[in-house]
Design a protein around this ligand. Structure first.
Ligand code: SF4
Ligand code: SF4
Length: 129
């Protein structure tokens, strides 16, 4: 029997090492923030904004929470506490539409863009970046 395909993001992580990940300060520091970004994983951009540590590097952004090897088993080590830009970022064709930022991030790390057929049939139950 053929083994079920993994969620493509579980074998990627390229977007976590391609862009600055900035968000409103309350996502990290408010005591009432739901699943706040943990201390030590973010840095201050200005009085209102924070970013994931490691992503404010113009030439080689890489989030401190990214673990594993990009393109093999790259994954978020604070998945339940990741900030809103990460929650909103959709992989190409995850919901039927191409995301050129996903494609660009993958290309930057030598990975081909995702295609509609890369998604397992049950993607809606187990997908979320
Ligand atoms: S918080 Fe997690 S999902 Fe967001 S950029 Fe960092 S490793 Fe990626
Ligand atoms: S959203 Fe795209 S670039 Fe990010 S982990 Fe998923 S497949 Fe990779």
């Amino acid at each position: 029997m053929e083994s079920p395909r993994k969620h493509p993001c579980m074998e990627c992580g390229a977007c976590c090492a391609s862009f600055r990940v900035a968000f409103y300060w309350r996502e990290a520091e408010s005591k009432d923030a739901y699943k706040a970004v943990p201390a030590g994983y973010f840095e201050e951009l200005d009085s209102m904004s924070r970013c994931m540590k490691g992503t404010n590097n113009k030439h080689h952004p890489q989030c401190v929470a990214l673990k594993g090897t990009i393109g093999v088993d790259g994954h978020c080590s604070i998945y339940e506490n990741r900030p809103s830009p990460c929650r909103k970022f959709e992989a190409s064709y995850e919901n039927g539409h191409r995301n050129t930022r996903c494609d660009d991030a993958r290309a930057k790390h030598g990975l081909k863009p995702l295609r509609p057929m890369d998604w397992p049939p049950q993607k809606k139950q187990d997908s979320e970046l």
